[in-house]
Design a protein around this ligand. Structure first.
Ligand SMILES: Cc1cc2nc3c(=O)[nH]c(=O)nc-3n(C[C@H](O)[C@H](O)[C@H](O)COP(=O)(O)OP(=O)(O)OC[C@H]3O[C@@H](n4cnc5c(N)ncnc54)[C@H](O)[C@@H]3O)c2cc1C
Length: 447
C-alpha cells in the first residue's frame, strides 16, 4: 500500500532578494552582513528565533583562537563580532579579555542582542522561526527555496543563494554531491553543552592548582565507573565568579541531519548533563552548590555533510601551509577530530596536529562552490574539504570568514551583472575583502 500523500505544491512567493542566506550561524552572519554592506538586498532565513549558530543554539562556550599565536588570522567581520561581544561583556570578563582573541568565552545573550543590531544596521531582512525544507532547482540554477513557518509554506527567490546551514541542506535538497563523515559513515560525537551557576571559581582554581586539572579528575571519575562519559575531556569557560559554560559529555551515533537522532540527542544529552553536574557537585571543590542553569536548545553537532566543491581542501594543504591564487581566508586552528569510538590505545581524538606559531594555510574560493551549481555558495563547516581538514576548519572564527567571502562575492556578482559564481574576478573579490579588513595572507597581491 502506498504510504505517502500528495499535497498542494503551488507556493506563493514570500520574498525576492539579490542574496538569500540560509542559516544564521557564524557563516550566515558573515555572509549576510558582507552582502548587505556591499549593496545587495539580503534575506537571512533562520529556523531559531536568534542568530549565532552553535554559540547560541547549542551554547558552545568559547570561540577557538582567531590567531596563529602571533597575529589574528581571522579578521574582518569575525573579529568585529568578537570585539563587539567583548565590549558588551560583563565587567571582569571584559577587562580580562581586552587584548585577547583566543578562546574568548561566549555570552550567548550578549551575542544574540548585538547580532540583531548589526543586521538592522546593515539592512539585512531577517526571517526567524523558519525552516528551509526544499530547493526548487532548474538545471544548474537554484530558483527558489521552500520555507515553512507559522505563516505556512512559501518560496523565496534570489539571484544568489548561500547555504550556511552547516549541514549543506540546500545542496542536499537540490540533489548535489557531498560526503558525510568517515569511510564507514562514522561521525564525530555530539555534545549537549551547558551552563552551571552557583559555582565558586576561586575555590575551584585553588583546587586544580594543587591537585591537577579538571580533566585528570574526570579521568579518575570515569575509571572508577562513577562518571559515565565517553571521553575524559571537558572544555570550560567561566563567565564570572559563579557561572561557567561547559563543553563536556560526548554522545556517539547522533546524525545531525536526522530528526529522530536529534531528538534522542536532546533527551540523552539533558540526562547526561544532570549526571555530570551531580558528579561535579560531589567531587570537585568549588562546584558543591552547582545548579544546571541552561542546556543547549539543540545538542551540538560537530560533523555532517561536506560538499564536493570545485576544489577540496586537503590535509596536505594544511600541513604544507599551502596558499592558492583564489584564497579568500586563512586557517591556523589545529586538527581537532573527536572520535565516536575510542581507539584500541584508548585515544578519543585522532592526533591533534598543530601548525607552528605564525603559520596558516589558505582557503580557496573554489572550495565554497558546489559542483554542478551556478548560483549557489556553501559557507561554514560543510565547505569542500577532506574529513581531517574539516576537523580543523569547522570552528566558528573560520566560518565567519567563509561567510564574509561568500556574501561579498554575491554582492559583487550582482553589481557586475554576472550569472555564475565562477565569473567573478578573484582580484576584485580579494581586494574588496582586504578593504573590509579581512586577511588573506601577507603574500597576496590584494594587500
Ligand atoms: C560541541 C561542540 C563544541 C565546539 N567547540 C567549539 C569551540 O570551542 N569554538 C569554536 O569556535 N567552535 C567550536 N565548535 C564548532 C563550531 O561551533 C561549528 O562548527 C560552527 O558553529 C559552524 O558554523 P556554521 O555557521 O557553519 O553553522 P552553525 O553554527 O551550525 O549555524 C547554522 C545555523 O543554520 C540554521 N539552520 C540549519 N539548518 C537550517 C534550515 N534547514 N533552515 C533554517 N535554518 C537552518 C541553524 O539553526 C543554525 O543557526 C564546536 C561544535 C560543537 C558541536
Amino acid at each position: 500500500m502506498d504510504q505517502s500523500y500528495s499535497y498542494q505544491t503551488r507556493l506563493p512567493v514570500f520574498a525576492e532578494a539579490d542574496v538569500v542566506v540560509a542559516g544564521g550561524g557564524p557563516a550566515g552572519i558573515g555572509a549576510a552582513l558582507a552582502a548587505a554592506r556591499n549593496g545587495a538586498s539580503v534575506l537571512l532565513v533562520e529556523q531559531r528565533g536568534f542568530l549565532g549558530g552553535m554559540a547560541t543554539v547549542s551554547l558552545v562556550p568559547a570561540y577557538t583562537p582567531y590567531s596563529d599565536q602571533e597575529k589574528p588570522v581571522i579578521r574582518g567581520i569575525g573579529l568585529e563580532v568578537l570585539q563587539a561581544m567583548k565590549d558588551a561583556m560583563q565587567p571582569g570578563l571584559k577587562e580580562a579579555y581586552r587584548d585577547i582573541v583566543d578562546w574568548v568565552p561566549i555570552e550567548a545573550e550578549t551575542l544574540k542582542l548585538l547580532l540583531d543590531a548589526k543586521m538592522e544596521e546593515a539592512g539585512v531582512r531577517l526571517l526567524f522561526h523558519t525552516c528551509i525544507s526544499d530547493v526548487i532547482r532548474s538545471g544548474d540554477r537554484v530558483e527558489a527555496l521552500v520555507i515553512h513557518n507559522k505563516s505556512g509554506s512559501h518560496a523565496v527567490k534570489a539571484k544568489w543563494f548561500i547555504d550556511a546551514t552547516s549541514d549543506a541542506d540546500l545542496v542536499f535538497r537540490a540533489g548535489g554531491k557531498f560526503h558525510k563523515g568517515g569511510e564507514e559513515g562514522e561521525l564525530q560525537p555530539a555534545t549537549m553543552c551547558f551552563v552551571l551557576n552557583r559555582l565558586n571559581r576561586s575555590r575551584f582554581e585553588a583546587f586544580t592548582r594543587e591537585h591537577g586539572k579538571l580533566n585528570a579528575h574526570i579521568e579518575r571519575g570515569k575509571a572508577s565507573g562513577e562518571l559515565k562519559v565517553l571521553h575524559n575531556w571537558a572544555a570550560i569557560a567561566f563567565h564570572n565568579e559563579s557561572t561557567c559554560g561547559f563543553n563536556f559529555g560526548h554522545i556517539a551515533g547522533i546524525d545531525g541531519t536526522n530528526a529522530e537522532d536529534l531528538t534522542r540527542g536532546a533527551v540523552e544529552g539533558r540526562k547526561l548533563v544532570h549526571h555530570i553536574a551531580d558528579w561535579l557537585r560531589r567531587h570537585i571543590p568549588g562546584f558543591e552548590e552547582a545548579v544546571v542553569a541552561q542546556t543547549g536548545e539543540q545538542i551540538g553537532i560537530r560533523e555532517t555533510r561536506r560538499i564536493v566543491g570545485d576544489y577540496t581542501v586537503t590535509f596536505d594543504d594544511f600541513t604544507t601551509c599551502r596558499s592558492f591564487p583564489d584564497d579568500i581566508a586563512r586557517n591556523a586552528y589545529y586538527i581537532d577530530v573527536h572520535l565516536s569510538k575510542p581507539l584500541r590505545d584508548g585515544k578519543t581524538f585522532i592526533d591533534k596536529i598543530y601548525l607552528p606559531p605564525g603559520k596558516s594555510h589558505g582557503i580557496p574560493y573554489r572550495s565554497l562552490l558546489p559542483v554542478d551549481f551556478a548560483n549557489l555558495f556553501v559557507a561554514g563547516r560543510s565547505i569542500s574539504a577532506d574529513r581531517t581538514t574539516q576537523g580543523s576548519m569547522r570552528v566558528m572564527p573560520t566560518c565567519f570568514a567563509f561567510g564574509e567571502a561568500a556574501g561579498t562575492a554575491g554582492a559583487l556578482l550582482t553589481i557586475a551583472g554576472k550569472t555564475n559564481t565562477r565569473e567573478l574576478d578573484m582580484a576584485v573579490l580579494q581586494r574588496q575583502l582586504v578593504r573590509q579588513g579581512a586577511w588573506i595572507g601577507d603574500g597576496n597581491d590584494a594587500n
